[in-house]
Design a protein around this ligand. Structure first.
Ligand code: MET
Ligand SMILES: [Zn+2]
Length: 776
């Protein structure tokens, strides 16, 4: 019999219950016991739901109160002293590592002030994990009552035998880093870490676990030889323990393992291997060929990263191929990765039109898809004939739907010509024309777009959405907000203003709502980090812009300002990456459609008298394919082209800005340069200014505003501190090139700290302005 399996289930619950519970606990409104009980309730509910769907292999230890890598950090006692020194309760220590902890002194306890561990994106997804941070001479120790064992027993007690999920030792270390000032290479600690895995696996076996899913997704990356070499000793040692530990199914996802296939012989005693054949179907044959004579293959055929209904015909075909080669008992039908990246259930969507709703499948629906596919492969397609027929009807309906295809969009795409990717003149000519028009001082100051999204703004937006106030009333309210921020910027003495983005609920959704081809959900939240969830819009069809999207607000703002007003747009790649993209046409085609829509917007803004326009691309980097090579080059080529297409319709005198919330450009600098933006604003306050060296090495000629202070924290930077920061930047950038701005938008901040921080920023800029004016 071919078994069905889920690699991991979303943790939040139908109504983001976990988010609500953890935030209530942090806010002191829920006791620890209540929080733990809520976690338990959610785990049970999710196990039962998978069991009821008929899933054979149900995961446990996929749940986490914050992040599963952080769970492992605590499980292995890999906790830096700065946390342990406070002797916090384990759950509070856990959250302190995840989100930092600041607590004033009380009668009972001393004050706590500790920042969080570093958090970064999980492979190429928008989920963030906490980075294991190790010390020279790091030791590991298994925590008492290990979470994987506790949760396995919890499920067992409820009559459900699960397959616990662990992050494998190689991936755990490969994703880690040495703490500040430490020299250790994390992977060199593998010998130290292995006994902890042995102990944990032994305990799981004693508890009754027959198999364990051990995640080693690092196998899809380009691995440095020292990491790659680590697989052999680790897995020989573990499998050498024989029956003392559960059988291991080693899971890879988000890419193929063909380039690391020489590792497979070292894994030949591992019970089974999981591969993602949604992303990389072509690896199937190679991996089958490299399996040991008895090894199982878990084939990921249901997408864990997107929301489209699985095409049963192609999924069954792929699975049958595996069965033909290996036999029914050696194949498992699985989700491609954990379902963590998909929303909980489609059932919650009451407002979606039936036509499109029929095209989607969220986590709960995917569990049913898995059992159907497994049955089709086990008992033959006729055994699930009705499901297969309904599925192919739905797939076909989407394919031919008028919502999917817009001939006008395709026609416009076919008429794109090479000149549309080029500004009229090269940068030196443009900047001269811009200078003439804008008349900016040295060290111009600006902000990144949004100003504090106050409670009042959210209230009014809600009232408007609910129909409690009219469009006119709402518009008046927004105008008033714009007036206020223009006035504040005048008082602060900034040089290029923004309108503050009060009308935007979200930087992607706002645009999606004004474009054709998008649909929106009401409950389809997915975890981004900790308790934070996002609700990505879904691209279902060809995209076009029926009418201007931002011109009214920007034009109004420009009309009441005595300084240049910067128009603010979200770039094509970010609109694409922070949505669920279509899977029926290439992403480059969708990016191009978005670019054309934005191009019209840019031209309209210019015509409305907005001569500085910023097109934000914070998601450009996360879209970078995981491995170097052709795929990455291709991505960068179409990503750069779509950006250029969106901004190149303007006159030389219109200044194009772009913004990125990261500073690591080393591995794709040429793409950043190729954007040909007149001004780049980048996140830099937390990084070493040395990173800016790449701009010197590559003789970058255009303007740059590296963020001078961190906007993620309410902390106010002093004028001195900002001056020091600018001084450091001047070691790498010329005074003519340098802009002064914060790291990112200010929407999550309060007005109080925002104003003071900006006063300090403007003063620091003025200091250098005067200094260099005198020098000339
Ligand atoms: C995540 S980048 C955000 C840029 C946007 N213009 C803002 O200021 O909020
Ligand atoms: Zn940003």
């Amino acid at each position: 019999m071919v078994q069905s399996s889920v690699l991991g289930f979303p943790r939040m619950g139908v109504n983001r219950d976990l988010k609500k519970a953890t935030e209530a606990y942090w806010g002191g409104k829920l006791s620890q016991a209540e929080l733990l009980a809520e976690g338990k309730r959610l785990r049970l509910e999710h196990w039962k739901l998978q069991k009821d769907a008929g899933i054979d292999i149900i995961p446990s230890n996929d749940f986490s109160f914050y992040d599963h890598v952080l769970d492992h950090i605590q499980l292995f006692s890999c906790i830096p002293d700065k946390y342990t020194k406070y002797n916090l309760d384990p759950i509070d220590e856990f959250f302190a590592m995840g989100r930092g902890l600041q607590k004033p002194q009380t009668d009972k306890d001393s004050a706590v002030d500790v920042p969080s561990l570093e958090m970064v994106k999980w492979f190429d997804s928008n989920y963030h994990y906490v980075k294991p941070t190790v010390q020279d001479g790091q030791k590991f120790k298994l925590k008492s009552d290990p979470k994987p064992v506790v949760e396995f027993l919890e499920a067992k007690e409820a009559g459900i035998i699960t397959r616990p999920v662990l992050v494998g030792p190689v991936t755990f270390l490969a994703l880690g880093k040495a703490d500040r000032g430490q020299k250790v290479d994390p992977i060199s600690l593998v010998e130290e870490l292995l006994p902890v895995y042995e102990e944990l696996l032994t305990k799981l076996k004693e508890a009754g676990a027959e198999t364990v899913q051990i995640d080693e997704p690092s196998l899809v990356l380009d691995l440095p030889p020292r990491v790659k070499k680590a697989f052999k000793p680790v897995y020989e040692k573990l499998t050498g323990l024989g029956d003392k530990i559960p059988k291991l199914v080693l899971a890879t996802y988000f890419g193929d393992i063909v380039h690391n296939i020489d590792v497979l012989p070292a894994l030949s005693d591992v019970y089974g291997i999981h591969i993602d054949i949604v992303r990389n179907p072509e690896q199937l044959e190679t991996v089958i060929g490299a399996l040991g004579p008895k090894q199982l293959l878990s084939v990921g055929v249901v997408d864990g990263r997107n929301i489209w209904k699985t095409n049963f015909r192609t999924a069954v075909e792929k699975a049958e191929k595996a069965v033909q080669a290996l036999g029914k008992d050696r194949v498992i039908i699985a989700s491609s990765s954990s379902l963590l990246h998909t929303p909980h259930t489609l059932e919650s969507e009451k407002k979606l039109e039936d036509e499109v709703k029929d095209w989607f499948s969220f986590a709960v629906q995917k569990t049913h898809e898995l059992t159907t596919i497994a049955k089709a492969v086990t008992d033959g397609r006729f055994s699930v004939r009705d499901q297969l027929e309904a599925n192919s009807k739905s797939i076909h309906a989407r394919w031919i739907s008028a919502r999917t295809n817009d001939p006008k969009v395709k026609d416009r795409q076919s008429k794109i010509t090479p000149v549309m990717f080029e500004r009229k003149s090269p940068f030196p000519i443009r900047i001269a024309a811009q200078q003439k028009l804008l008349n900016l001082p040295l060290f111009p100051t600006t902000t990144i777009g949004s100003f504090p999204q106050t409670k009042e703004i959210r209230i009014q937006r809600n009232r408007f959405t609910k129909g409690e106030i009219t469009a006119e009333e709402y518009e008046k309210f927004i105008e008033k907000e714009i007036q206020d921020v223009v006035k504040i910027q005048e008082e602060l003495g900034l040089d290029v203003y923004v309108h503050g983005e009060p009308e935007r609920n979200d930087m992607v959704q706002y645009f999606g709502e004004r474009l054709t081809g998008y649909v929106f959900t009401t409950h389809a939240w997915v975890q981004s980090y900790g308790s934070r969830c996002v609700r990505p819009p879904i691209i279902v069809g060809d995209i076009s812009r029926p009418a201007p999207m931002t011109v009214k607000e920007s034009k109004y703002a420009a009309s009441i300002s005595n300084k240049p007003m910067k128009g603010m747009l979200t770039g094509p790649i970010t609109c694409l990456r922070w949505s669920y993209p279509r899977d029926d046409i290439h992403q480059s085609v969708q990016a191009e459609q978005l670019a054309l829509a934005l191009r019209d917007e840019v031209v309209d803004l210019e015509a409305a008298g907005v001569y500085v326009i910023q097109v934000d691309e914070p998601a450009l980097r996360e879209g970078l394919p995981l491995r170097k090579g052709l795929e990455r080059e291709n991505y960068l080529s179409w990503a750069v082209k779509s950006f250029r297409l969106s901004v190149s319709g303007v006159q030389d005198s219109t200044q194009i800005h772009s913004h990125f919330c990261y500073s690591e450009f080393q591995d794709f600098f040429s793409a950043i340069a190729a954007l040909d933006a007149d001004v780049l604003s980048i996140e830099n306050s937390k990084s070493d200014a040395k990173l800016l060296k790449v701009f010197v090495d590559e003789a970058y000629p255009r303007h740059i505003g590296p963020g001078v202070y961190d906007i993620h924290s309410p902390r106010i930077p002093s004028e001195e501190e900002i001056k020091d920061r600018i001084q450091e930047m001047l070691e790498y950038l010329s005074p003519e090139q340098l802009w002064v701005d914060p790291d990112c938008g200010l929407k999550t901040r309060q007005w109080k700290e925002t104003k003071t921080s900006l006063i300090n920023m403007v003063n620091a800029a003025k200091f250098y302005r005067e200094k260099y004016a005198k020098a000339n």
